[in-house]
Design a binder for this molecule. Structure first.
Ligand SMILES: Nc1ncnc2c1ncn2[C@@H]1O[C@H](COP(=O)(O)OP(=O)(O)O)[C@@H](O)[C@H]1O
Ligand SMILES: [Mg+2]
Length: 273
């Protein structure tokens, strides 16, 4: 070990994200904090819990993302990936464990309060308002802001030019890949300090998947750490600094993207050999 954490990143490309910062998209006031890879920027720590009075779905599950990094959660259907994301976003009660954002314990905060603290979340389903126009969707994303958000909207349109062309169209008329762009754009409108994406490439063609991954890398480069769930496990681990394989609500394998891609057991069981 050289002591440089980034030697082991899945993409092996130290230029891929902004190693220095957090949350600069839309000129979010920088914190000026030095990079500290030892402490996660966002962590769901030993989370145990489920839905309502139902059985526990998560069992001591730990998911984290560091400043300037992309972390990816993979695993079979029903493993609890979405549940882990929802738990980190405050949508279910944890029986055990905690969630911390930038060192602050936010376990008891509502999802709304977490958004105000800088969490952006794009859920797996129902992540856009289909009957509203593209631009109205982005405006809805800015609901917590009292300031002028036009610059941020311009940045979203720079990132996803097709959305500018289609800004007056109902979002429901767009293709699957374009809808995902609307969903990510909506989340960016709050100027998040960390972005959580649940299967952003679900149901899109391989070409559109590659394009979406490129845009996600671009967002990460602006300094926003990204935590995402992906069913395209191999491709996602290739761009991941850290990866988590979840099985039955628990951590099965954890490592850098590169380590997981090279692990024979992970390859055999989750990456198709
Ligand atoms: N809203 C819900 N209420 C009750 N159980 C749920 C709910 N959503 C998911 N589950 C259950 O939680 C488990 C994990 O689901 P999920 O987190 O969606 O898995 P994944 O995202 O890995 O496919 C499944 O057994 C599923 O049936
Ligand atoms: Mg899911």
């Amino acid at each position: 070990m050289s002591g440089n954490t980034y030697d082991d990143r899945g993409n092996n490309d130290g230029t891929i994200v902004n190693l220095r910062g957090i949350g600069e998209f839309g000129a979010h006031p920088g914190t000026g904090l030095a990079m500290d890879t030892g402490s996660a920027f966002l962590i769901g720590d030993s989370m145990t819990g489920g839905y309502g009075k139902g059985p526990d779905i998560l069992h001591e599950c730990t998911i984290a993302v560091n400043r300037g990094e992309i972390a990816v959660i993979v695993g079979p259907n029903g493993a609890g990936k979405s549940t882990a994301m929802k738990a980190i976003f405050g949508m279910l009660d944890l029986h055990k464990g905690s969630v911390r954002l930038d060192g602050e314990d936010i376990t008891d905060l509502s999802p709304q309060d977490r958004v105000a603290k800088g969490m952006g979340f794009v859920p797996q389903t129902n992540n856009i308002f289909t009957s509203m126009t593209v631009e109205e969707n982005l405006e809805m994303g800015a609901f917590i802001r009292r300031d002028d958000f036009r610059d941020t909207m311009a940045q979203v349109y720079d990132l996803f030019p097709i959305l500018k062309d289609k800004r007056r169209q109902a979002a429901g008329e767009l293709s699957g890949g374009q809808r995902q762009q609307v969903a990510v754009g909506r989340a960016l409108m709050t100027r998040p300090k960390v972005l959580m994406l649940d299967e952003p490439t679900a149901g899109v063609s391989p070409i559109v998947m590659d394009e979406l991954f490129d845009r996600i890398i671009e967002v990460a480069r602006t300094g926003i750490p990204i935590l995402m769930v992906e069913q395209n496990a191999r491709q996602a681990l290739e761009i991941a600094d850290h990866g988590y394989v979840l099985v039955q609500g628990a951590n099965a394998y954890t490592g850098t993207g590169k380590q997981l891609l090279a692990d024979p057991e992970v390859r055999q069981a989750f990456l198709g050999g």
